[in-house]
Each structure stands twice: as structure tokens, then as C-alpha cells.
Design a protein around this ligand. Sequence first.
Ligand SMILES: [Zn+2]
Length: 122
Amino acid sequence: MCDAYIEPEGCEFFCEDCAPEGAEGYPDGGGEADTPQHCSGCHCPLDNPLTEEGIAYVVEAVEESLAAGNYTMMCGTPYKGTWFEDSRHCEIVRGWAEQVQNYNLSDADADTVEKFLEVSEK
Ligand SMILES: [Zn+2]
């Protein structure tokens, strides 16, 4: 788990490498949140702890990716014009899926996540 950095007047999170000068560090990827946080510079996941809502959000994204068949590393639409720009959908969801494996998931959710990680393997 890495530290997140926030500019004194800003609300964007950055990783250590992208942190602007004067940015303050926050432990645990900026802290527990309802969604996975990403660096606004390089888009790397900050591995913040997830609330129950955050876990549900990730499981839903995994289910949607599975349903859409959107799980190979070459697939996916880059998120143009958003902070995910130049990331691929399945890489993002795969990162999240790996993270939620560390939480107490229901058997059904754990199966879904495991299946996704299996089929999305490089
Ligand atoms: Zn970064």
C-alpha cells in the first residue's frame, strides 16, 4: 500500500512519483473510500482500503467486464479525457480485482473475481 499525495489546494490524488512539489502525503493511498483511487498523473492504483460500497463497486465492474467479454489485455476502450486516459479498461479492473481478493467476499463474489482473474491473465 503506497502513500497518496494531495496538493495543498487540490483534491486530486497523486502517487509518490507524480506528486507535485509541496504536495502532502497521506497514508494508505489516501484512506478508505467508496471507489479505488488512482494517481491523477500516471493512473497507477493507489491501493487505498475499500469500504463495503467500494468492494461492491469493484465486484460490479468485474461482473460487467465478464458479461461484456471485456477481459483480455488488448481489449477495452481507453478512457479518453478522464483520469484513466491511456489505461485499458481490463487492466484497471484487473488491478481492482486483485485488490478485493484480500477482503472477505461472499462465495459468489469470490468466484466471480477468481474467474475474472483467470480469464484476464496475460
Ligand atoms: Zn503517478
